[in-house]
Each structure stands twice: as C-alpha cells, then as structure tokens.
Design a protein around this ligand. Structure first.
Ligand SMILES: C[S@@+](CC[C@H](N)C(=O)[O-])C[C@H]1O[C@@H](n2cnc3c(N)ncnc32)[C@H](O)[C@@H]1O
Length: 222
C-alpha cells in the first residue's frame, strides 16, 4: 500500500492495460495506423481516452470543444460518449492529420456530431465568442501548441458554462517540467501554464497522473 501516487513501470502498466483498458477495435486500428506516423506520441493513451469517455458521460456533455485533434483518437473518445444531439467542435491546422481523423469519424458514424475548423484554434475560439457562445460549453479539451495554453485556457473559461470542465493535456510533459535544467520552449510553456493555474483562485482543479499528466479545471462562476 502507498499513500503517494505510484510510479508506473512497464510491468504495472501492462497489468493496468490488461485488466482495466477496454479499447474498441476502431480506436485500436486508429492507434496502430497513427503509430506509423512521425509524432505519433502526440496521441493520448488508451487509458486516458477511456477516462475521458467516462468523464463526458458522467457530466452528460452535449457541447464540447477540442483544441488539437491530430488523427482523431481523443475526439472519438469524446464524441462517442456524447448523446445523439451532442456537438464537438474540433480545432486543428493540419489537413494531413485531420484527413485521417475524418476517415475514422466516418467509420465510427460520428460525422454528425463533429465540426472541424481547419485554422488556428485562437481564431475558432474567437469566432465562437463573437457568435455569442460565451458560457455555453460543457467541456473543453486543450491539447495543441503548448505556447498558447494560457491563452486557450482564458478563452475556454469564457466559453464554458458554470459547472463545466476544462481538461488540459501534457501538464507533466514527460517529467521535464520537474527538471530545472530543462529550458526547452515546450517545457517552459507548460511550467508557465501550471504556475498560472496554481494562482488561479477562480477555479477548482486537480492534476491527474494519467498519460502525460491531465489537469481538470472546474468553472464555478457565471
Ligand atoms: C498533441 S496533438 C493532439 C492530439 C490529439 N488530441 C489526440 O489525442 O490524438 C496537437 C495538435 O495540435 C495541432 N495544432 C498545433 N498548433 C495549432 C493551432 N495554432 N491551432 C490549432 N491546432 C493546432 C497540431 O496540428 C496537432 O494535430
């Protein structure tokens, strides 16, 4: 027994996947196809995807935003857990990667639930704000360029309803954030985000040690 978070070695991770990960075939195919690509490590892990599906169901999410879609794994985990009339707005700038996502959305029969905006996410979030969508979303997943995390977070907070959740990916950044000698731009950006969030008394938050670190933030004001 331990009263601190376990270090997950390969043996424990294998056990976790064996007994607790229930990945649908289509998601496994997408993961295997993505594994052939450069940057495949950008995809969330199966256990994180499963957790996100559960969270979406627990919250009865009907309106969601994903910032950073890549080949579609996390978007499918979110969209498949939403009701029939649910809507997920996906933000990305890569037609090459999102072509794969669109192919899998069709196979999963999720096209009706997903709208993809191929332009910088800042532009899409601003468009939603300009169209009066403030305080209307249940869930936002932030998983794009790390330098923009603080900006995405502020825009997401405005778009979120009271009681909505922002999930922020990679907040442990493979552990690099804890190494004071690591000053790589991505590491500094994630540190900047984590330090900003620590000071943000408007919200309730928790950093989960799942995947590469997933921080959940609850908005408790209108
Ligand atoms: C870490 S990947 C997302 C992984 C995805 N959530 C998954 O689990 O498969 C980051 C994505 O952000 C996209 N991206 C980078 N800069 C962006 C920007 N300014 N606006 C929107 N998307 C951006 C990249 O094209 C890439 O597909």
């Amino acid at each position: 027994m331990s009263n601190r978070t376990l270090s997950i070695d390969d043996r424990i991770y294998g056990y976790l996947c064996d007994v607790a990960v229930d990945e649908p075939d289509l998601l496994r195919q997408l993961r295997e196809e993505t594994a052939q690509l450069e940057y495949s490590e950008m995809q969330i892990s199966p256990e994180q995807g499963q957790f996100m599906s559960l969270l979406i169901k627990l919250m009865d999410v009907k309106r969601a935003i994903e910032i950073g879609t890549f080949t579609g794994y996390s978007s499918i985990c979110v969209a498949r857990a939403m009701p029939k009339d649910g809507k997920l707005i996906c933000c990305d700038i890569s037609p090459q990667w999102t072509d794969i996502a669109e192919r899998y959305w069709a196979l999963a029969k999720l096209q009706e639930k997903i709208d993809l905006y191929l332009q910088p996410a800042e532009k899409t979030l601003q468009m939603l704000l300009d169209n009066g969508a403030e305080n209307s979303f249940d869930f936002v997943f932030i998983d794009a360029d790390k330098q923009s995390y603080v900006m995405y977070y502020e825009m997401a907070l405005r778009l979120l309803r009271k009681g909505g959740i922002i999930a922020v990916d990679n907040t442990l950044w493979s552990g690099a954030v804890a190494d004071p000698n690591n000053t790589e731009p991505g590491t500094r950006a994630i540190r900047r985000f984590n330090e900003m969030l620590k000071q943000d008394n408007r919200v309730t938050k928790s950093l989960l040690t799942i995947g590469d670190g997933l921080t959940l933030v609850l908005k408790e004001f209108d």
